[in-house]
Write a protein that binds this ligand. Structure first.
Ligand code: SF4
Ligand code: ZN
Length: 335
């Protein structure tokens, strides 16, 4: 069967999202074009001088780094790329994945900064799990990752952080927010780029419940260039371009709510192959329905945490109403 695009080479794959039969070169170009279009349509790189790529050694961020490097050369993006890697301190998992990240650094010739939870928060994830057990480990890990990624981005003077979230991740997030009844996040989770946040302070007296689903504590904008690329396409892209990546699952992921939702979506996909596309479409409809409603936009309010002093979406807990603390400090103080 000949490639539907170039009409000369033999087709080697069926592109999962479009069902087109493509040769290796046309498949690679098609995926890169999808990412380029996402960046263009949403004006993601407008005003960005330094784009930091959050990398973990896994397939998504490895493919992200490779594609961004390709697109930068092909379309002459006027940006500097940096690699940022968070070392959670999970033996047998992150230490092995970091070897792949270092290989990416060499292959792509993009400078790498590694920031460890131990250095930033005095705890590794292994130590946190030893104290708390594996339950909610991804909650701890996710809150610490957001904060350390922000810190690492500041160190390299990045204007924006790009992460390897793909279409499957986005569909999972839509369903997770729906199941949690988290309307604010549901309305915003299909965005390819976070809106500019006003760096204002929470008014004193504002009551907020402690929640890890609270506003992101990020003051640096984030984007998801792989938002329209399916996980199966990422695996195929890595395979056809011989990209090395680390594929072992983290042993603490077993209890994660995301894992349950992922399994559910995989089952849905077997029944309805368009399931992921439809879930994201539903998220997009919620987003456009929300418009400029300030509740769903999150308000963009920030405060200084009374414990660590960092700018954050601080919360006033009902237990200590006079203390504004960021999610990181609330979680760590509870250890
Ligand atoms: Fe952290 Fe959970 Fe990911 Fe493991 S699976 S690295 S604990 S977020
Ligand atoms: Zn704090």
């Amino acid at each position: 069967m000949v490639c539907a695009e170039c009409k000369t080479q033999s087709a080697v794959t069926i592109r999962p999202s479009t069902r087109e039969r493509l040769c290796k070169a046309c498949f690679t170009t098609a995926i890169e074009s999808t990412v380029h279009e996402t960046l263009q349509q949403e004006n993601i790189l407008d005003g960005v001088k330094v784009l930091a790529l959050g990398v973990s050694g896994g397939k998504d961020s490895t493919v992200l780094a490779h594609i961004m490097n390709q697109l930068k050369q092909k379309h002459k993006y006027n940006i500097e790329l940096k690699l940022l890697c968070m070392d959670e301190g999970i033996k047998g998992y992150r230490d092995k994945a970091i070897e792949v990240v270092k290989q990416n650094e060499k292959d792509l010739n993009i400078p790498l900064t590694i920031l460890s939870y131990k250095e930033e928060f005095s705890y590794t994830m292994d130590e946190i799990v030893a104290k708390k057990g594996t339950k909610r480990s991804c909650t701890y890990c996710g809150v610490l990752r957001r904060s350390s990624l922000e810190e690492a981005a500041k160190r390299v003077n990045a204007d924006m952080v790009a992460t390897g979230h793909n279409a499957d991740d986005t569909a999972e997030t839509v369903l997770m927010n729906y199941l949690r009844g988290d309307i604010r996040r549901l309305y915003r989770c299909t965005e390819a780029v976070t809106p500019k946040q006003a760096n204002s302070t929470i008014e004193s007296g504002t009551e907020k419940e402690l929640s890890i689903n609270n506003l992101s504590n990020s003051t640096i904008r984030r984007c998801k260039p792989l938002l329209r690329v399916y996980e199966k396409e990422i695996v195929l892209y890595a395979f056809y371009n011989a990209l090395p990546y680390f594929s072992t699952e983290c042993s603490y992921s077993v209890d994660s709510f995301r894992g349950v939702v992922r399994t559910y979506i995989k089952a849905l996909e077997r029944e309805t192959p368009q399931a992921i596309k439809r879930i994201i479409k539903a998220g997009d409809i919620f987003r456009s329905a929300a418009g400029d409603n300030t509740f769903t936009q999150g308000g963009g309010t920030f405060a200084k945490c009374k414990t660590c002093g960092k700018s954050c979406a601080a919360t006033k807990t009902s237990k200590s109403p006079d203390t504004q603390q960021c999610s990181v400090c609330v979680l760590l103080n509870g250890l």
